[in-house]
Design a protein around this ligand. Structure first.
Ligand SMILES: [Zn+2]
Length: 351
């Protein structure tokens, strides 16, 4: 067979996500015109908002022409075919436009620089349908939301068990919407992170004992993190729109990493694009909640006037530190019921 290339797991996941409609309106890997349009204007050539390039890297040596088929193999298995529309090269300037930096300390930049700069665009066809079995499918989540009778659904992304700051954000979401869709991204986790078991146990407890019956749905989403900050926040919203959400919460430094983006840069881009285009989803741009000693409750700088010295920060990182050091986080950060649910898990942290 000619035109055979070996792909990695993340490329395969992109193909699966294109096939299910998770990355709609994409029907393949981006050609040069769409790639350029996305990085320069945040839209595909047809004017639909799309903020993250989804591309296939190919070797410089591969000889392939427009209209030919590329056969994509994963672990020596023929998994997909692509009809080639064009091949092109991406530059450092392009990478800088995606991540707002070329610093090799940025994991997204590092990953992009390690790929071949040559890309091929074209429609993709998944041949091995077995990869669809445990994929999160828009038709399935939309069906769940309809069956629950939810007309409005707010999406929430997390990788941590629920703590009081996230609870604050989710209750704002539930005040506005009929249902809350907890949608943890997997494939992002590193050593020391909470296991999926711990995240699920915490949310099951929360749903059973605190949130109204049948107001929460939890399902995992498999996609790679690009750590592209503001661009990725809007990309995450587009994915949730495709899954059937009407609203999506974007908090502080969404999809950011290591201080490369300003705390509310993602809000700024989301606001700009929402004004200019119909994204098909409403974005709840929420400020970081903290516990205020003077207000005696979880608040944010949008609704509390007190000084930084009155604030107690609440975050997944802090909760993780307490639990890994055998401490008990204060109830102003983490509910005792949730703490017990986490402690009841076989494995709490990724080893
Ligand atoms: Zn206050």
């Amino acid at each position: 067979m000619n035109n055979v290339i070996e792909i990695d797991e993340e490329t395969l996941q992109d193909i699966v996500n294109i096939e299910t409609g998770l990355l709609s309106p994409l029907s393949g890997f981006m050609n040069q015109a769409d790639f350029k349009s996305v990085i320069e204007r945040y839209t595909l050539c047809d004017g639909q908002v799309f903020t993250i390039p989804v591309t296939l890297d190919i070797s410089e040596k591969l000889f392939v022409e427009k209209g030919e088929s590329l056969h994509l193999f994963f672990h020596e298995k023929h998994v997909a075919d692509m009809e080639v529309e064009d091949t092109y090269h991406i530059s450092d300037t392009d990478i800088e436009k995606i991540f707002c930096t070329l610093d090799m300390k940025h994991p997204g930049v590092r990953k992009e620089k390690n790929r071949s700069p040559r890309r091929a665009g074209g429609k993709i066809r998944l041949i091995d349908r077995s990869f669809l079995e445990d994929a999160l499918k828009p038709e399935a989540t939309r069906k769940v939301f309809t069956e629950k009778g939810w007309e409005t659904v707010v999406g929430f992304q997390t990788r941590n068990p629920i703590h009081k700051a996230h609870e604050h954000l989710q209750r704002i979401g539930l005040e506005v919407c009929d249902g809350l869709f907890i949608n943890p991204i997997t494939g992002w986790k590193k050593k020391g992170d909470f296991t999926q078991e711990a995240v699920m146990a915490a949310y099951q407890k929360m749903a059973a004992e605190f949130y109204p019956a049948d107001s929460v749905y939890i399902a995992e989403l498999k996609t790679q993190m690009r750590y592209a900050g503001p661009r990725e926040a809007v990309f995450h919203a587009i994915i949730r729109r495709n899954l059937g959400c009407t609203h999506f919460i974007i908090g502080r430094d969404h999809a950011g990493v290591g201080g490369f983006y300003g705390a509310y840069d993602a809000h700024e881009l989301a606001r700009k694009l929402s004004k200019q285009y119909d994204l098909g989803i409403s974005l709840l741009l929420l400020h970081e909640p903290y516990y205020c000693k003077k207000c005696s409750m979880v608040v944010s700088e949008k609704n509390c006037s007190h000084y930084e010295t009155d604030r107690i920060e609440i975050s997944g990182t802090i909760i993780r530190k307490y639990i890994s050091e055998k401490g008990i986080p204060d109830e102003i950060m983490l509910r005792r019921e949730i703490f017990d649910a986490i402690l009841g898990c076989k494995k709490i942290f990724i080893e």
